[in-house]
Design a protein around this ligand. Structure first.
Ligand SMILES: Nc1ncnc2c1ncn2[C@@H]1O[C@H](COP(=O)(O)OP(=O)(O)OP(=O)(O)O)[C@@H](O)[C@H]1O
Ligand SMILES: [Mg+2]
Length: 250
């Protein structure tokens, strides 16, 4: 069974950047990795340096639109399954699955049920699944993934960011998803806010597993529109990610 890691947090805190750097770490080991971009905005492919292709959203739409035209005796699950395999972006050291935009206003229950079954099967082909989730926890209530091993909440240095992390932790109890561990990573940390982040996290009872500094290499690449996947080992963010990965047993 694959280990499932989901990265969430408030908008703009660095979910995509950190997911990308965790994938960078994982692909240097010998584990088989599936990266999932579950944010409808779809930023992960660009950050990883690969072209975005077809999305699960496109396939769902196709199946929904064509539902009346497909012959009744055709196996819709196998059509969906083969189309999902077609959308898998096979990179040299990992596969990428892009969820894409949410569905239209019709009833997609049938397609979603099929999708859930196929995803649960697909997961078995990998050692680790890592999900760049959208801000908020709505995707969990859609329950494509029923089980998450590690939920990583990214926060910036602000008290408000840490409060969001606390709220996410509270929300998790109300969800139907089985989440084993919740960790917090503070990102874009500076010497000015480092101590207050650590003490606020402790006060709120959050398990802070890393503090990633503001990294000038990330800023430069962002400005140049370049991916983060091949950041060098001496990047400050990469060095902290290595320590975090160790704590997560990755
Ligand atoms: N450690 C860091 N140092 C400097 N810049 C960073 C760092 N981490 C992320 N950034 C920058 O912050 C911005 C937001 O990061 P990112 O897109 O990863 O956030 P996000 O949480 O995925 O955002 P969204 O909610 O829009 O999906 C980007 O411009 C990114 O390059
Ligand atoms: Mg993002």
């Amino acid at each position: 069974m694959a280990k499932i890691i989901a990265v969430t947090g408030k908008g703009g805190t660095g979910k995509t950047a950190i997911t990308c750097l965790l994938i960078r770490h994982l692909t240097r080991g010998d584990r088989i990795v599936l990266a999932v971009d579950a944010d409808p905005d779809t930023n992960l492919p660009e950050t990883l340096g690969c072209e975005p292709g077809k999305t699960i959203g496109d396939i769902k739409e196709y199946l929904y639109q064509e539902r009346e035209n497909l012959p009744p005796d055709i196996n819709k699950e196998s059509i969906l399954e083969s189309k999902i395999y077609e959308t898998l972006e096979e990179m040299p050291r990992y596969d990428l699955l892009v969820m894409g935009r949410p569905e239209g206003s019709g009833c997609y229950c049938y397609v979603n049920n099929l999708l859930r079954g196929i995803m649960n099967k697909l997961v078995n082909n990998y050692d680790v699944l890592i999900i760049d989730a959208e801000a908020g926890l709505e995707h969990f209530s859609r329950k494509i993934f029923r089980k998450v091993d590690d939920l990583i909440v990214i926060t910036d240095g602000s008290r408000r960011g840490l409060r969001t992390a606390e709220r996410i932790r509270e929300l998790v109890d109300e969800l139907d998803t089985d989440i084993s561990n919740i960790y917090v990573i503070a990102n874009k940390v500076t010497d000015t806010n480092r101590e207050s982040i650590a003490s606020t996290a402790e006060e709120l009872g959050l398990e802070l597993i890393g503090m990633i500094p503001v990294d000038k290499m990330i800023i430069e690449r962002d400005l140049a529109g370049e991916p983060l996947f091949d950041l060098p080992d001496n990047s400050a963010a990469v060095q902290e990610i290595e320590k975090i990965a160790q704590k997560l047993g990755l």
